[in-house]
Design a protein around this ligand. Sequence first.
Ligand SMILES: [Zn+2]
Ligand SMILES: [Zn+2]
Length: 258
Amino acid sequence: MRHGADILVNFLKLLLGDLLDFIYPSRCGVCGRELSREDAVICAGCWQTLSCIAAPFCPRCGLPTSPLNLLCSACEVRDHVFSFARSYGPFDETFQKIIHLFKYRRKLSLSRPLAALMGATVRGDARYSPMEALIPVPLHSVKCRARGYNQSELLARDLSRITGLPLLDKVLVRAINTQSQSKLNLSARVENVQDAFRIKGSRQIQDRRIVLVDDVLTTGATADACARTLLRAGAAQVSVVTIARAVEPGASGEAKKG
Ligand SMILES: [Zn+2]
Ligand SMILES: [Zn+2]
């Protein structure tokens, strides 16, 4: 009977492929190894081998630099609106796979472990200590309806539980449905998101220090546009935390953010 069930499952898997994988996940989304009962989506081995960005890194944008914590070459020529940004790890092949599963394949259970990585980054950097609230980078309502969720909002919610910082998920909205940043160069990215964001209820951010939460930081154009909108509406300071950092801006593969 068990054998018969296995044959049926395998046959259906062949037939339905991705659809059944979603309902009946059995292989690690990164390395393809069979998952044990305790693992969900990604195996424990892959979680343990994730790369982490450690010092030295750029004090503004979090990009790994060498040898000291000096500004990276991009920040030397172009200042950011946010005060500083940090990312847990580089947007390498592993993080690309994980974030793709989370963002486009509805593997929502990844939110908690990914937020835990950001939590480690926030706790490990004293510059986050005075921060007072978390705000996710918003999706346009049309895109959010199509995807069914805003991945940054899920991350911010879990990060709020981890850090105890309140979540303000209704304040910043994306009023313009901008095109994806992934194929644009820096100046086009800046222009694309320049006027995309609006504030609803500025009282909640008045004189407060905000941490902006997103999945990937690439050029920082999206984060800067959000930060500018928040600062103009009265926020005292805006910093940024993301899961991953595209190490070569513009060469970010699936990064959909600026
Ligand atoms: Zn694995
Ligand atoms: Zn930098």
